[in-house]
Design a protein around this ligand. Structure first.
Ligand code: ADP
Length: 487
């Protein structure tokens, strides 16, 4: 069997058929409903206490901070009330010793950054009058048990942080205490998940003031948050629900953070290949985040590495090239997903882009790569990327169906425009390098949406997708605004 034939055979193992898409959507709907009733093992469906989305007319100055990993970002957002905003930002690396210290040491450092920022950019807000205080949205990308829009108890640290005394504490209160100690005119108004920030940012900037249904991230990881009817979130609204915080019931809605990276950890419907199984076995969390492991940037490079290594062993791929022991190809988790984007985009007849990229990223000399070898890799890349995009349609289709957005079709004119003959768009905000940069991601994803009979061509056309820029900044600011209106 030629190299190209062998690669085509492997590619078939990554095919995700229309029938599988339909099964995926059905299972997603089942797990969504489970998660709205009880905290399940798979998708947790976390109520966020955010009870509405902006429509672009919001105004004011808000602060946002983001603690998610190596850096701490502080920004202020001026919302102009006409779907536009301006954002001023500062960023500082978190000293390593503070990541493993005690709560006052870390949080006083964060408060000091807020103080410096407010001094520099918003000194006009220093006033005794609480009316003039700045409201702040706190994006905190660690697992928390959220009990109100501005209250969340830390469950555990991840990403190199280890401050045992903070576990079980309300992180908003920890930050507020240190802000107060500095006498700053700042109120920590909201605790924000980055996916919810994406939803909010898109809803503010989306055209037509229609409001956004769903915010979705396809970057290092994948997750989504959407607007759900309160009476469907029975784990928080039923008479037997316990341990529920306070929230505004007037909108009848709440944003739910699905945690869909863990969709189908039981592997009832997700596609599986030897290359996926290898990845899972070598991961730090086997059996967990099984959807994410087939979709997001952190994993696509490793799936490709497994498939290339298998072809190298069984089909003499790169047999005439010299590959160092410590090359990227031989180092687990070291292929960046951007490599797949570059290779997918290669439209040259002699695969010159693919060869150059394999030299640059994997250290395989381009002159030793044959056209067949480059084509074989390109076939693998295409199969892995296309499967990721088609899988991404599953949660989107399920959420559009579950929220009743497709039936009955809306026939309402928006914003004075004559749209009598059109149906309202179903707006979706996305963020992340995979959806932004992988060539054809949206095209493959839309093809899979059309494979779902309840969505079909008509429904797919109504789905409008836009990139939400600066989601963690402007999104957090918007949640601070919504929180301010509630309290
Ligand atoms: P994050 O999700 O961490 O906020 P990004 O949205 O930039 O940040 O996602 C980073 C992930 O995207 C990494 O896993 C990286 O491998 C992948 N990535 C970076 N550039 C590209 C690209 N051009 N095409 C596809 N994936 C990319």
């Amino acid at each position: 069997m030629s190299l190209v034939e062998k690669a085509t055979k492997i590619a078939e193992e990554f095919e995700y058929s229309p029938e599988q898409v339909r099964k995926g959507v059905k299972e997603f709907l089942r797990l969504m409903n489970d998660g709205l009733q009880n905290d399940g093992r798979d998708m947790t469906m976390i109520p966020t206490y955010v009870t509405g989305v902006p429509n672009g007319t919001e105004k004011g100055v808000y602060l946002a901070v983001d603690l998610g990993g190596t850096n701490f970002r502080v920004c202020s957002v001026v919302l102009n009330g006409d779907t536009t905003f301006t954002l001023t930002q500062s960023k500082v690396a978190i000293p390593k010793d503070l990541m493993v210290s005690d709560p006052p040491s870390l949080f006083s450092f964060l408060a000091k950054q807020v103080a410096d920022f407010v001094q520099e950019h918003h000194s006009d807000h220093f006033s005794e009058d609480p009316e003039h205080h700045l409201h702040l949205g706190f994006t905190f990308s660690f697992p928390v048990d959220q009990k109100a829009i501005n209250k969340g108890y830390l469950i555990r640290w991840t990403k190199g942080f280890d401050i045992p005394d903070a576990i079980g504490k309300d992180v908003c209160a920890l930050l507020q205490k240190e802000i107060d100690a500095l006498g700053l005119p700042v109120k920590v108004a909201a605790l924000v998940n980055d996916t919810v920030g994406t939803l909010m940012a898109r809803s503010y900037t989306s055209p037509g003031k229609t409001g956004t249904l769903l915010g979705a991230i396809f970057g290092t990881g994948t997750n989504g948050a959407y607007v759900e009817k309160l009476d469907r979130i029975t784990k928080m609204t039923s008479s037997s629900a316990t341990d529920v915080g306070e929230y505004d019931t007037s909108t009848g809605e709440m944003v739910v953070n699905t945690e869909w990276g863990s969709f189908d950890n039981d592997m009832n419907v997700l596609p599986d290949s030897p290359y996926d199984r290898m990845l899972d076995q070598n991961s730090v969390n086997p059996g967990i985040q099984m959807f994410e492991k087939r979709v997001s940037g952190m994993f696509l490079g490793e799936i490709l590495r497994n498939a290339i290594l298998s072809m190298k062993k069984d089909a003499e791929l790169f047999a005439t090239s010299t590959i160092a022991e410590d090359s990227t190809l031989n180092t687990p988790w070291s292929i960046d997903t951007s490599l797949l984007s570059y290779i997918e985009a290669d439209s040259t007849k002699d695969f010159s882009v693919t060869k150059e990229q394999l030299q640059k990223d994997l250290g395989i000399s381009a002159s030793t790569i044959s056209n067949d070898e480059a084509q074989a890799v390109k076939i693998l890349v295409h199969a892995i990327g296309k499967r990721s995009a088609r899988l991404s349609a599953v949660p989107i289709a399920a959420i559009v169906i579950a929220t009743g957005k497709l039936s009955p079709p809306a026939q309402v004119p928006i914003d004075g425009l004559n749209l009598k003959d059109l149906s309202l768009p179903i707006d979706i905000g996305v963020d992340g390098s995979v959806v932004e940069f992988y060539p054809g991601f949206e095209k493959f994803f839309r093809e899979a949406l059309r494979d779902v009979p309840e969505v079909g061509e008509k429904g797919e056309k109504r789905i409008r997708i836009g990139v939400a820029k600066d989601g963690s900044g402007v999104g957090a600011a918007l949640i601070a605004l919504i929180a301010k209106m509630q309290y």
